[in-house]
Design a protein around this ligand. Structure first.
Ligand code: SAM
Ligand code: GLN
Length: 304
């Protein structure tokens, strides 16, 4: 494998055109059993050239500069070791925005866009009204959810805690990148701790908690298991630790009529529903399905 790369993609080899490099890179990744070889090759090549993926095809016949060829080679070696492409190129698109991503944060998932979408739908007419909307996003990670909501909701003020200092640094950079740093307070600490002294209530509490069952962590794909932060994935022995804690506790922080929106593991909908019922004080929770048809988001309002 390495020999092939040295021959085809080393900087002292024949220069390749963008199209040829894409073909070589795809072949190498797919022969190593990487499922999304073509897509990954496009993202890595675009990263090596500092282009957007969509721009690659405009440059198909151009020769790859030696520096880009060398970068591509090192990117491919990393991908062959199963490092996620988002960490290699340092970015991932979420909600059509470009986010900085480092190994300190979970790579934002496309399914999590459903959480953002559901929050927006629930806010309905209050979005962009004259009332300020106070949002708490626990476990902000890369800041993907908080920044997307800040971009969409003109009248939002957002509090975004995380227990990981490294993640908060990434989130702050993303808020600056998208010009919403004034609207988000990034706070270090455990769950509700950083806002425990606030006297106002939140209209929205949103959380994509770690929800992988602890004994399943070692069965996750290598890309996730070996590279993404455990702190972002480990949901305790049955994957429900955070739900058990957050659902009852959120009642003390939610305004009447406000709502709690959570991402959940597929197939956990009924158990999470029961936790809402046990906690009391909520409207019957509603489940929403992701594009794969799996339960992925649950929302319940605080009764007035
Ligand atoms: N919000 C991001 C997203 O949706 O892409 C990241 C979600 S990730 C599944 C869970 C996040 O919760 C991680 O950033 C992790 O550091 C954070 N976290 C874990 N335990 C926490 C705790 N006790 N209090 C606050 N945040 C916590
Ligand atoms: N969807 C993630 C996975 O790859 C889990 C994210 C989470 O625990 N919130 O398994």
């Amino acid at each position: 494998m390495t020999a092939a790369i040295d021959i085809e993609i080393a900087s002292d080899a024949e220069p390749l055109t963008v199209r040829q490099a894409l073909r070589e890179a795809t072949a190498l990744l797919s022969s190593a059993g990487i499922e999304s070889a073509r897509l990954d090759a496009e993202v890595l090549l675009a990263g090596a050239l500092d282009l957007d993926r969509s721009q690659l095809y405009l440059h198909g016949e151009q020769t790859l500069p030696a520096r880009a060829q060398e970068r591509l080679r090192s990117f491919i070696l990393r991908r062959l070791n199963h490092e996620p492409v988002a960490y290699i190129v340092g970015r991932r698109e979420f909600w059509s925005l470009d986010f900085l991503v480092t190994p300190a944060v979970l790579v934002p998932r496309p399914e999590t866009e459903l959480l953002v979408e559901t929050v927006m739908e629930y806010l309905g007419q209050f979005r962009n009204s004259k009332f300020e909307i106070r949002i708490l996003e626990i476990g902000t990670g890369s800041g993907a959810i908080a920044v997307s909501l800040a971009k969409e909701i003109g009248n939002a003020e957002i509090w975004a805690p995380d227990i990981s200092p490294g993640a908060l640094e990434v989130a702050r950079t993303n808020a600056r990148r998208h010009g919403v740093e004034e609207k988000i307070h990034f706070l270090l600490g455990d769950a509700f701790m950083p806002v425990r002294d606030r006297t106002e209530f939140f209209d929205v509490i949103v959380f994509n908690p770690p929800y992988v069952r602890r004994d399943e962590l070692d069965t996750l794909p290598r890309d996730v298991r070996e590279f993404e932060p455990r702190l972002a994935l480990d949901g305790g022995p049955d994957g429900l630790d955070f739900f058990r804690r957050i659902i009852p506790e959120a009642r003390r922080h939610l305004a009447a009529g406000g709502f709690l929106a959570l991402e959940i593991g597929a197939d956990r909908g009924q158990e999470v529903n029961l936790l809402f019922v046990d906690a009391g004080g909520y409207s019957p929770p509603r489940l929403y399905q992701d594009y794969a048809g799996k339960d992925r988001v649950v929302v319940a309002r605080m009764l007035i």
